[in-house]
Design a protein around this ligand. Sequence first.
Ligand code: SAM
Length: 247
Amino acid sequence: MLRAMDFEDVGSEIKYEFMMEKDFWMEYWQKDDMIFRDHLQSKIGRTINGQPISDEMWNKTTQYIADLMRCEKSHFFLDVCAGSGVFSDFFSTQVHGIDAVDISEPLLSNIKAPNVNKIIGDLSAIKLDKEKYDRVLFYFAIQHFSLQELPQILNNIFQSCKSGAVVLIGDIPDIEKKYDFFNSSERRAAYFNSLITCKPIIGEWFFRQDLVEMAKFIGFTKVTFLPQPGFCINAHYRFDLILEVER
Ligand SMILES: C[S@@+](CC[C@H](N)C(=O)[O-])C[C@H]1O[C@@H](n2cnc3c(N)ncnc32)[C@H](O)[C@@H]1O
């Protein structure tokens, strides 16, 4: 029988033993080898079996997200946890300007579009400008924050939105599908081992209703749950939420 301790030598990972998950991610997004890979998608882990998402899947995904966001040329856009900027660069031609926030300077440095303002900072600590944004994208990154941190983060985003704003929180790990992801004894061993060593594999998993109720509590007028279409790379274990603001 495969046991967690057989899967990885916990003793050799002693430096992570007392590290909080947050500290782990902070260091990971500054220093891990992954962020220095060549492909913009590989830098942030949008890969299948080590290969970056195909152009076909990515084009379908960005078109789907663009249809949800309904951007206009006059809009100001916030890309939360923008990473290597694949969304900032994509939306830069559709809007007036973009603020791209991320903790990782090495990742933000990849963004090329001239109307993208790069802001290096911790989302859980940064103060966003009030009522500035028409559109906010928070994609493939909520897993780096605990449920306890999220009311403050969502409130910060809510306060930064203009009336009429649309916020897409995308690629949220669905706790009810956790074992569709850890779907073999090896993957489950890796998962439980990651809890022991405090070296998270995905990060936080969420109940859909926790986030829906939290967003309503913060003041978002309308909250819509969206399962992901099959062409999205993580559709088998992640979901999206659209939050709307009317003041
Ligand atoms: C998986 S990447 C997603 C990047 C981008 N949103 C995308 O979908 O291509 C997650 C990003 O979250 C950022 N991140 C993690 N913790 C953060 C924090 N506390 N504050 C700001 N950014 C953070 C990482 O640096 C990384 O760029």
